[in-house]
Structures are given as structure tokens and as C-alpha cells.
Design a protein around this ligand. Structure first.
Ligand code: MN
Length: 325
């Protein structure tokens, strides 16, 4: 079993633009007793978008909620819409709506400018908005790759059943494989380093076990509900950081797969206080794991490079209109 190292969740929420009310649960710029980037590498940052209710916006066409044109360089932004919809437009001419259940995997690479707003349809009707965005680092060999994005529709994610840890192997939930490999089932996201991203839902009481490579840094968000993770109770809005990998990929002979660590998930049946059976509250989780890149990081604001000199050059380029060249 991979033990829990720390649970991130106490951070105060803040607004990103006027559209995203988020708690930044990890940030590579922090370095304290509870956080060190080497333990989450390649995941630089994780914003948990708190479920937030927006009124219908009658001024959508002139004042949509969100954040206007801004740059990124040197990494990827991965955005999942849980409730509500996001419209994205960027300097490569790319434009897409991220609808409920969809994922956008944007590679900033050598530089991109983009805007992120509520979609027109969601903005005009209003409602509950909830999303997450994470930043995935790029290795130095691909830091200056051409910017691009992948739209990963919910319908294109393979869905695997979560089997109960009992003889009858009843299915108690599902995992949508966005990226990486689930015992031979692979997600369609193209990644530059090995990364798993699994969108998990548990709908029945019971216990099940996930397997992750023992070479990966591993994190798990509780997006909704309450669940026992390796026998520790965790509620929505918390990001679990598991203990460091026990093996490095370079220690494993080529062609051999790393061994797996288990993570036990258990959904507890609510206590029944009336004659009616109490409904089980569904649980949503997001599993992130990745092979550490293991390179130095020099980051500031929306740029993440390998050295301070590269970072200074990026700011100079941005100020002189040579960004992304
Ligand atoms: Mn952005």
C-alpha cells in the first residue's frame, strides 16, 4: 500500500479573473514542511475550482466571466469541467468549448496566449460551476515544443469498472481513463512523459483497490463526497499527496514494467437513522500519477523554465513582443 504523506486542503480560496473561484492545493513555488515539488513532479500546480453558483449573465457578450488573454510557457495546462462549461481561444487560432465531463490538454510549449471564459451557453443560463486545472511540467527536451491542445471528450475516454475487493467482484464504480494506462486500458491523451489521469466515480458502498506504478509521484483529489483512502477519511476539496515512489524508473531494466503500489478506496454506507434506507452519497475522485522528470525548475507567474536565465529571457521576450518565437 502507498501511504499518505500529506493532505492539502486548508488553503484559502481566491478568484482567478472573475470566473474561477479556486483553492490552489499545490504550487511548485511553495517550499515548506508539507510541500516540496520533487514529491509532486511533474505536477507543478493544482487549482481546485470550488462548486460556485453564478447568476445568469445578461452582459455575457461584452463582459463574460473568466480571464482574458494571458501567456503560458514551458508546461501544459490540463482543465476538467465537472459542472458548467469553459470557452478557450488561443494565439494559434485554436478555439474550443470544454463541456461537462470533457478535458482540455493544452501544451504551452515555447509560448501561447489564451483566454478562458465561461461558455456563452453556461454564462447566459448560469448555475453551478466547478472545474479543476493542473499544470504538468514539460521535460527540457520538449520545453520549446510547438503549442497545441487536445480536446478529450468524455465519450472518447475508456471506462473501466471498479471491482469490489470481495469474491463476487461486484462493480461499485467506474474510472474514465483520460491519460495513461489502467492494466492495459489506455487513455487517448498524448503526454510527453508517463502520466496517469483517471476520473473516478464510486456509486455503491464497498472497497476497491487502485494500482499505480511504484515509480510515479501520486496524488488524488476528492472532488465530491467523502471516502476512506487507505483507511483515512477524506472529504471534498482535499488533495492527497502519497509517499514518494519506492523505485526510480532508471533502476528498472529496459522492457520491464515497474511493480505496482495499491491504494485502497472505501465508501462507507451511511448510518441508517430512519426506516427508509439511507441513499449512498456518490464520490468523485481524480487520480494523478506521473514519472518524476527530475530536472531543475525556474518558474514565475505563468512561465516555468529550467534556469533563471531562461526565465529572465522569457520575460524579456514577452516585454519586447518576441514571445513564443
Ligand atoms: Mn491560462
Amino acid at each position: 500500500m502507498r501511504p499518505i504523506k500529506h493532505i492539502h486542503g486548508d488553503e484559502a480560496p481566491h478568484w482567478v479573473g472573475d470566473g474561477f473561484y479556486v483553492k490552489t492545493l499545490i504550487n511548485h513555488l511553495n517550499d515548506d514542511a508539507n510541500f516540496n515539488y520533487s514529491h509532486t513532479d511533474p505536477f507543478l500546480l493544482f487549482d481546485y475550482g470550488m462548486p460556485t453558483t453564478f447568476a445568469p449573465n445578461p452582459d455575457y457578450k461584452t463582459q463574460p466571466h473568466g480571464i482574458g488573454l494571458h501567456p503560458h510557457k514551458g508546461f501544459e495546462t490540463v482543465t476538467l469541467a465537472y459542472q458548467g462549461e469553459i470557452t478557450h481561444a488561443d494565439s494559434t487560432g485554436g478555439q474550443a468549448d470544454i463541456l461537462e465531463g470533457d478535458v482540455q490538454w493544452m501544451t504551452a510549449g515555447r509560448g501561447i496566449l489564451h483566454e478562458e471564459f465561461h461558455s456563452q451557453s453556461f454564462g447566459q443560463r448560469g448555475g453551478v460551476f466547478s472545474m479543476v486545472q493542473m499544470w504538468v511540467n514539460l521535460p527540457s527536451t520538449h520545453k520549446l515544443t510547438a503549442p497545441k491542445y487536445q480536446t478529450i471528450k468524455r465519450a472518447d475516454m475508456p471506462i473501466v469498472a471498479l471491482k469490489e475487493n470481495t469474491d463476487d467482484q461486484k462493480s461499485i464504480g467506474t474510472a474514465a481513463i483520460i491519460a495513461g494506462d489502467w492494466q492495459g486500458v489506455t487513455g487517448i491523451a498524448d503526454t510527453f512523459t508517463p502520466v496517469n489521469l483517471w476520473d473516478i466515480a464510486i456509486h455503491d458502498a464497498g472497497a476497491t483497490t487502485l494500482l499505480v506504478p511504484n515509480t510515479h509521484n501520486t496524488l488524488m483529489l476528492v472532488q465530491e463526497g467523502e471516502v476512506l483512502i487507505n483507511d483515512t477519511e477524506v472529504s471534498a476539496g482535499n488533495l492527497i499527496q502519497f509517499a514518494a515512489p519506492t523505485q526510480q524508473r532508471t533502476d528498472i531494466p529496459a522492457g520491464q514494467a515497474p511493480t505496482s503500489d495499491s491504494i485502497k478506496l472505501k465508501l462507507v454506507e451511511p448510518v441508517n437513522t430512519s426506516d427508509e434506507p439511507a441513499p449512498t452519497t456518490p464520490v468523485k475522485l481524480l487520480l494523478l500519477s506521473g514519472e518524476p522528470i527530475g530536472e531543475p525548475v525556474a518558474g514565475h507567474g505563468p512561465f516555468v523554465m529550467n534556469t533563471q536565465e531562461d526565465l529572465r529571457q522569457t520575460f524579456r521576450d514577452y516585454q519586447t513582443g518576441r514571445f513564443g518565437e
